[in-house]
Write a protein that binds this ligand. Structure first.
Ligand code: PEP
Ligand code: MN
Length: 632
């Protein structure tokens, strides 16, 4: 059962409630949730809930109607996010775990670790105890293999996961792996589950090949009730009558699990299909269906693999898969998890200690809390590492960054439907000491938002930024609401919360609804779902050196002679620079003069671009580099 405590409960009263339950044989777990403080009481014991309800400080008692308790959403309404080093599983990131089926030698696991890391994996897998169907097949290198795995993980900075098959190995193995894996054949090995749970470290629990979802969650319950909070469920295909693939991937298990449980669910498309060329499409389908990550077998030479070669990807195939997942991410409102050294942490590391409040660096954005810019910050920076700072104007964002009161700013630069945000381009040229250091694309999903318990028919007026209103024109027309332009989307949500009038609604992000405790009445109401905004991260020039940079943005204007634009563009062609955007617009105060905005991919050899810049500066009237950064 779940015991909801009153907001003002005294510590002594809370202790009394816990003791009351403990004395009756319940195990107690305190949970801080949105609804306040809850006590989860787990046990097979029956008790009249009224006995608990009358205790001082108790608000109400909610029975859990499922056989699994701690794994259920009722017990823990918020999604569980599991920390494995700097990797978080279950949050806004898609986590890709990869490596060979088995550790075959020290050299092989090192090669594999570097290959999957280079491709973008954030965790390394490799079996050392292989529960093979045949006793004559390769059984794994045992503890020697785990030592190699751990060494390879340390060398590459990848946390490691490996399968445990015996209770006797748990203690020794816990020293060598970051995450345990329970294989499909052991999902109902309850003694093993109990001893693995006691170790208290994260566990990937594969679904038994003939297990129902309920049996799978009961197995998770064994782990949770034995002492770990960190269980990751892994769908890996089940036995069906179909024999074309090794197993049948149960994609629908993903949304079902997400509804029934707070635990993160990931997918192993390798064992699910058993066929290399089916792995990528199933991995993408899993992400589309809501999986928090994938566990994939990758081998540097699958033809020579000791086990599961036919289903192992070549490193190049894995890299392509990650690029495809990255492209899919914005449509499901996620980001691909990256290791800290790549992308954002390059940026983050160079700034730690600057522009900070307490320990967290601040990232300034224009708008109210819950604005799409804040979403971009949360998606771009490692979760929980920075503090968003809401400001009224774009200019304020630049000033805060320039004066080191914020480490970075996050500003929108262009929208896929409405084009460039020229104000920010102008600010970038006005503040030459501020540079772009990163970029991120966010899918803009608009929602109709009102105060709790509002019904759609009560709504008369809808407030939002004019752009959001026009992007939802079809929906608004159909409903016949009065349209009221407002200065921004999240601001409109704040106003609706303040007015507390069911006749007034806003169009804004789900984050704005959550922040102001409003209800979403209709989701994704934009006419065109291909609505993305490209945001850029800005920083002071002094800290703008980005490793792994592959993209540059710059502006220029023309000298006045025939063919001036062509002369400039020829320079890019001559040096093989791939231009991805060219846009012109009038220069304020200089009628009939134009500024050009360019995005280009940086040439592999950095010096080439230095030459390009020199030639460009000479050929154009006013060349300005806006920043070099890693493309998203
Ligand atoms: C594995 O991941 O190495 C493995 C053996 O998987 P499963 O238990 O799902 O067959
Ligand atoms: Mn395998």
């Amino acid at each position: 059962m779940i015991v909801v405590l009153k907001a003002g409960i005294l510590p002594s009263q809370k202790e009394d409630v816990s003791n009351f339950l403990r004395e009756r044989g319940f195990r107690i777990r305190e949970i801080a949730g949105e609804a306040g403080i809850l006590i989860g009481a787990i046990g097979s014991h029956t008790i009249d809930s009224r006995q608990v309800e009358i205790l001082p400080g108790v608000d109400r008692v909610i029975p859990i109607n499922k056989p699994y308790k701690m794994a259920s959403r009722e017990f823990h309404p918020q999604d569980t996010v599991i920390d494995v080093g700097s990797v978080k599983i279950g949050g806004s990131r898609i986590v890709c775990i990869a490596g060979p089926c088995a550790v075959e030698s020290r050299e092989q696991i090192f090669d594999s670790a570097w290959a999957v890391k280079e491709a973008g994996a954030v965790m390394l897998r490799g079996g050392a105890f292989k529960p093979r169907s045949s006793p004559y097949s390769f059984q794994g290198l045992g503890f020697k293999g785990l030592e190699y795995l751990r060494e390879a993980g340390e060398a590459t900075g990848l946390p490691v996961v490996s399968e445990v098959v015996s209770s006797n190995d748990v203690k020794r193995m816990a020293e060598l792996v970051n995450v345990f894996q329970i294989g499909t054949r052991n999902m109902q090995n309850f003694e093993l589950l109990k001893s693995v749970g006691e170790a208290g470290i994260p566990v990937i629990l594969k679904r038994g090949m003939a297990a129902t979802i309920e049996e799978w969650l009961m197995a998770a319950e064994y782990l949770l009730s034995s002492g770990t909070d960190d269980v990751i469920l892994c769908e890996r295909g089940i036995r069906t009558f179909g024999r074309v693939t090794r197993n049948t991937l149960d994609i629908s298990a993903i949304p079902v699990i997400r509804e029934l449980s707070h635990l993160p669910v990931i997918v192993d498309p390798s064992h699910a299909t058993g066929i290399r060329d089916k792995v990528a499409s199933m991995a993408l389908a899993s992400v589309a269906a809501g999986a928090y990550g994938i566990l994939v077998e990758v081998h540097t030479n699958p033809d020579k693999s000791f086990s599961d070669g036919p289903q192992s990807l070549w490193p190049g195939q894995f890299e392509k898969l990650l690029r495809d997942i990255e492209a899919l991410c914005p449509t499901v409102d996620r980001e691909l998890a990256r290791l800290p050294e790549r992308h954002q942490k390059d940026v983050l590391r160079s700034h730690l200690g600057k522009g900070t409040v307490g320990r967290k660096p601040r990232v300034a954005f224009q708008g109210e809390r819950g604005a799409y810019s804040e979403r971009a910050i949360l998606n771009y920076f490692p979760e929980g590492d920075v503090e968003p700072l809401a400001l009224p104007k774009f200019d304020d964002v630049f000033i805060m960054v320039l004066s080191e009161r914020a480490a970075w700013g996050m500003i929108p630069l262009e929208n896929s439907l409405t084009g460039s945000v020229f104000e920010n381009y102008d600010l970038l040229t006005r503040y030459p000491d501020i540079k772009i250091v990163g970029e991120i694309k966010v899918r803009i999903r608009h929602n109709l938002i009102a105060i709790q318990s509002t019904e759609e028919r009560q709504i008369k007026e809808v407030y939002s930024h004019p752009q959001a209103l026009s992007q939802c024109a079809e929906f608004l027309e159909k409903k016949g609401y009065q349209i009221k332009p407002y200065f921004d989307t999240a601001g409109a949500a704040a106003m609706v919360a303040k007015k507390a009038d069911p006749g007034v609604a806003a169009i804004a992000s789900s984050a704005a609804a959550a922040f102001h405790k409003l209800e979403i009445l209709a989701e994704d109401i934009e006419t065109n779902p291909r609505n993305y905004t490209r945001f850029v991260v800005i920083a002071r020039l002094s800290s703008a050196a980005v490793q792994n940079a592959d993209k540059v943005s710059f502006t220029f204007s023309l000298k006045s002679h025939p063919g001036a634009l062509s002369d400039c563009l020829q320079i890019l062609k001559k040096h093989g620079v791939d231009m991805t955007k060219l846009e012109s617009r009038p220069i304020a105060g200089k009628p009939w003069n134009y500024m050009f905005y360019v995005d280009a991919m940086l040439p592999k050899v950095r010096q080439t671009f230095e030459i390009v810049e020199k030639e460009f500066s000479a050929a154009s009237a006013d060349y300005r580099n806006l920043g070099v950064y890693r493309s998203s």
